[in-house]
Every structure is written in structure tokens, then in C-alpha cells.
Design a protein around this ligand. Structure first.
Ligand code: GAR
Length: 208
């Protein structure tokens, strides 16, 4: 059984896709031990509660400084003793200490085809605004392992999505979620739980 902690910041639709994937049997041998959120009142916490999963909020607002917040975040994740940490719309820079402790055991979903439209400042709706401003015709989503850089870790899976001429950032965000994010994030977790994801020399392959 792959024990996962899911870290979230906002609405939690990717969290929901994981919850549904487990409930429907698309994601096997996986249990969400805890949902960790940095934002009081985030929709994601309500989704966790509705699914009977423990949700814990660790907000920087509740701590004197960044160091105290990061220590609490690390403690809260570690208490749940996960095999894998899933960043599902977690808009906090993950403490380096946690990345080192969980090397190749943290994955992230990013709403573009990395290496395009990623790195510092590219998160949430901003990614889709930048995609539309540049006029690219194809975008998508990426699941990758988290390393110490920003969106630089080994890529596990990507899925392309068409940009439409009349898209707004909101309509594009929705299509990328529906067609890509909610598909590949649960899929990758299932593959990891099945031991089918191999990482060698910084590159990922999926084995039978
Ligand atoms: C998702 O689109 C996710 O890819 C993005 O935030 C959104 C969260 O939505 N993450 C990033 O931009 C990370 N750089 P959700 O809370 O409904 O899952």
C-alpha cells in the first residue's frame, strides 16, 4: 500500500481527482493518509473532510517567521509517514530540508508542458495568461519529481491540450485540468504504487 500525503493550497480539484481515482479503482494500492493545506478556508480542506480524510492546515500566518512555518510543515507531513508526497496545487516553495529527506518521493502537477511556462512566478492562472499572451497553440500539463529547483525535476508524464482562439485564462485552465491534470496525476500515482516508475540518470521510464 502506497501511503501518500497530498499538499494543497486552493480549490482542490486535483485532490478530488485522486480521491475519485482511489474510490473508483483507477488508482490501486494507495491510501491518502493526510491532506496538508497552507490556507485556512481552502476548498480542498472541505473536499478532504467530505471524503473522511484528515485535513491539517499549516498556514504561514500562524507562525512568527518562515523558519517556524517550514518546521511545522515538515513535522505535519512527516507525522503521517508517507511513502510519497503529492503536490496537487500546492503553491508554497517546498523547504529544501523536506526535498532532501524525500528525494524522488515528491511529485508535483504543473499546468503547462515543462519546460515552457514554468519556474518562478508561473503558477495557477498566471500560467494560462502567459500561454495566451505568447499565442502558443498547444499547452498541457506535466507531472514531475520535485528537486531543489523550480519545476526542474525529472518529468514523469505530460499530456497536451489544444489552445482555442477564443480562450480566456479561465476557460483554458479548465480545459487543461479536465483533459490533462485530472487524468495524469492519478495515473502517475497508480504507476508509482505499482512500482512501474523507474528513475535513472535523471530520466523517468515506465516499466511493465
Ligand atoms: C492546478 O492547475 C495546478 O496544476 C496548479 O494549481 C492549480 C490548483 O488547482 N499548480 C501550479 O501552478 C504549481 N506550479 P486545484 O486546487 O483545483 O487542484
Amino acid at each position: 500500500m502506497l501511503k501518500i500525503v497530498v499538499c494543497v493550497s486552493g480549490g482542490g480539484t486535483n485532490l478530488q481527482a485522486i480521491i475519485d481515482g482511489i474510490a473508483q479503482g483507477a488508482v490501486l494500492n494507495t491510501k491518502i493518509m493526510r491532506v496538508v493545506c497552507n490556507n485556512h478556508g481552502a476548498g480542498a480542506l472541505k473536499r478532504a473532510e467530505a471524503a473522511g480524510i484528515e485535513g491539517v492546515c499549516v498556514s504561514p500566518k500562524d507562525y512568527a517567521d518562515r523558519g517556524a512555518f517550514e518546521a511545522a510543515l515538515i513535522r505535519t507531513v512527516e507525522e503521517a509517514n508517507p511513502d510519497l508526497i503529492v503536490l496537487a496545487g500546492f503553491l508554497v516553495k517546498v523547504p529544501v530540508e523536506l526535498i532532501r529527506k524525500y528525494e524522488n518521493r515528491i511529485i508535483n502537477i504543473h499546468p503547462s508542458l515543462i519546460p515552457a511556462f514554468c519556474g518562478t512566478g508561473f503558477y495557477g492562472l498566471r500560467v494560462h495568461e502567459a500561454v495566451l499572451a505568447r499565442g502558443v497553440k498547444i499547452t498541457g500539463a506535466t507531472v514531475h519529481f520535485v528537486d531543489e529547483g523550480m519545476d526542474t525535476g525529472p518529468i514523469i508524464m505530460q499530456k497536451a491540450v489544444e489552445v482555442h482562439e477564443d480562450d480566456t485564462p479561465q476557460t483554458l485552465q479548465r480545459r487543461v485540468m479536465e483533459e490533462a491534470e485530472w487524468v495524469i496525476l492519478p495515473w502517475c500515482i497508480n504507476l508509482i504504487a505499482a512500482g512501474q516508475v523507474k528513475l535513472e540518470n535523471g530520466k523517468v521510464s515506465v516499466v511493465e
